[in-house]
Ligand binder design. Structure first.
Ligand code: DGL
Length: 264
């Protein structure tokens, strides 16, 4: 595929825009296509089979539009579907993402790490394998966060409802003495300012967006597919409520962007 072809990035909703921002920083010359599968959110409360089906649909959509690589900017979709997508498209570079257990285990000073993520991610076999592989000697306290993704989708990044929900999820992690908290869902980096108000300064917050962007850059370079630029305007499709998305988008993504409907 031509190096000037776009990179396709995909999440269940707007959370993956936190990853898109890292990709834009790391790879300013790349043209970007983004799909928010908002009509089917939250993935975190759906079955793996349902998520795999949605991922196949969106991946085919981006592939048909000429994406030279696919980024699953969603932890929940990655644990459920990345292996399936790689089997469907063996020659297509596909970058997934998982909670940052390895860097958090290396960073903790007290030996206790907290993970905020969706129910689907925390219940998955891939997450269990991640702990087996990287959490040696470190206690990992997990906290599912039902309802939090929907708050970000509404554009409520700092209102009383989001504050109360987040405080309730963080409290058990602090009570267990965690000094490092993994943001294991791409929606949560948008809540970082609020989270910073709720946890002591000594607690580190870790997410994976920048690492995903670096991995994508390395993969494109390996394949001789880095774009020379300039990047075309970013295009965004959503299967969700377009007026709501248009209203909240300026808080989540700085570039002007066309929002189009994705048939679901
Ligand atoms: N943003 C997704 C993630 O990283 C999850 C959102 C959802 O539950 O739909 O896990």
């Amino acid at each position: 595929m031509a190096s000037e072809a776009p990179v396709g990035v995909f999440d269940s909703g707007v959370g993956g825009l936190s990853v898109l921002a890292e990709i834009r920083r790391e790879l300013p010359a790349e043209s970007l296509f983004y799909v928010a599968d908002g009509g089917h959110i939250p993935y975190g409360e759906k079955s793996p089979a349902y998520i795999r089906e949605r991922c196949r649909h969106v991946a085919a959509f981006l592939r048909e539009r000429g994406a030279k690589a696919l980024v699953l900017a969603c932890n929940t979709a990655t644990v459920a579907a990345v292996a399936d997508l790689r089997a469907c498209y063996p020659d297509w570079p596909i970058v997934g993402m998982e909670p940052a257990v390895k860097p958090a285990a290396a960073a903790t000073r007290v030996g206790t790490v907290g993970v905020l993520a969706t129910t689907g991610t925390l219940q998955s076999a891939r997450f269990a394998a991640l702990l087996d592989q990287f959490a040696h000697g470190v206690r990992v306290v997990t906290q599912p966060c039902p309802g939090l993704v929907e708050q970000v989708e509404r554009g409520d990044l700092d209102g009383p409802r989001s504050r109360a929900l987040l405080a309730g999820f963080v409290e058990p992690l602090l009570a267990e003495g965690c000094d490092t908290i993994i943001l294991g869902c791409t929606h949560y980096p948008f809540l970082k300012p609020l989270l910073r108000e709720l946890v002591p300064e000594s607690v580190s917050l870790v997410d994976t967006g920048a690492a995903v962007a670096r991995r994508l850059a390395a993969l494109l370079a390996e394949r001789g597919q880095r774009a020379a630029g300039p990047a075309a305007p970013t295009r965004l499709w959503s299967s969700g409520d377009l007026p709501v998305l248009r209203a909240i988008l300026p808080r989540l993504w700085r570039e002007p962007v066309d929002v189009e409907a994705l048939d679901s």
